[in-house]
Design a protein around this ligand. Structure first.
Ligand code: CO
Length: 134
C-alpha cells in the first residue's frame, strides 16, 4: 500500500543553524524557508536525490511542534511521510486494521498542497507517520 518515502521531517530549535548545517556541512540542496501559518510551522525543504528532508521550526504560539522541541531541545526526527495512491482507501484499510488516524480522520492539505493524514505513533513503533496522496 505505501509507496516511496516522500520525506523525513526534522524539528529544529535553530532554523538558521540547521540551514547552514545541511547546506554547508552536508552540502545539500536547501530551499528557502516557507511559513505555513495553517500548520504552525516554518518549513525548509531539502532535496536529496531519492527523497526530501523537511526542517520544521515553530511558527506562532500554538505550533504543534513546540511541545516536541520542549521534550527534545536539540531537535529530532518528528515524522516520516510515505506516499500512497489513494489516501481514503489507505485510511479505510488502516482503520479496519486497528490503526488510529489522528484528528477527525479526514485528510488535510499538507505542506505540498496534497492531501495528508497522520497516524498515531503508538501504533507504528513510536514513529509519527504521515501519509501523502501523490
Ligand atoms: Co510532513
Amino acid at each position: 500500500m505505501i509507496g516511496r518515502l516522500n520525506h523525513v521531517a526534522i524539528a529544529v530549535p535553530d532554523l538558521d543553524a540547521a540551514i547552514i548545517l545541511y547546506r554547508d556541512t552536508l552540502g545539500a540542496d536547501v530551499g528557502a524557508p516557507q511559513d505555513e501559518p495553517d500548520h504552525g510551522v516554518t518549513v525548509v525543504f531539502i532535496t536529496l536525490p531519492n527523497t526530501k528532508i523537511e526542517l520544521l521550526y515553530p511558527l506562532g504560539d500554538n505550533s504543534p511542534i513546540k511541545g516536541f522541541l520542549d521534550k527534545n531541545p536539540s531537535g529530532g526526527i518528528h515524522h516520516i511521510c510515505y506516499e500512497v495512491d489513494d489516501i481514503l482507501v489507505a485510511r479505510d484499510h488502516l482503520l479496519a486494521s486497528g490503526a488510529r488516524v489522528l484528528g477527525d480522520g479526514n485528510p488535510k492539505t499538507g505542506a505540498h498542497g496534497k492531501p495528508v493524514l497522520f497516524l498515531h505513533p503508538k501504533d507504528f513503533n513510536g514513529t509519527l507517520v504521515e501519509l501523502e496522496q501523490v
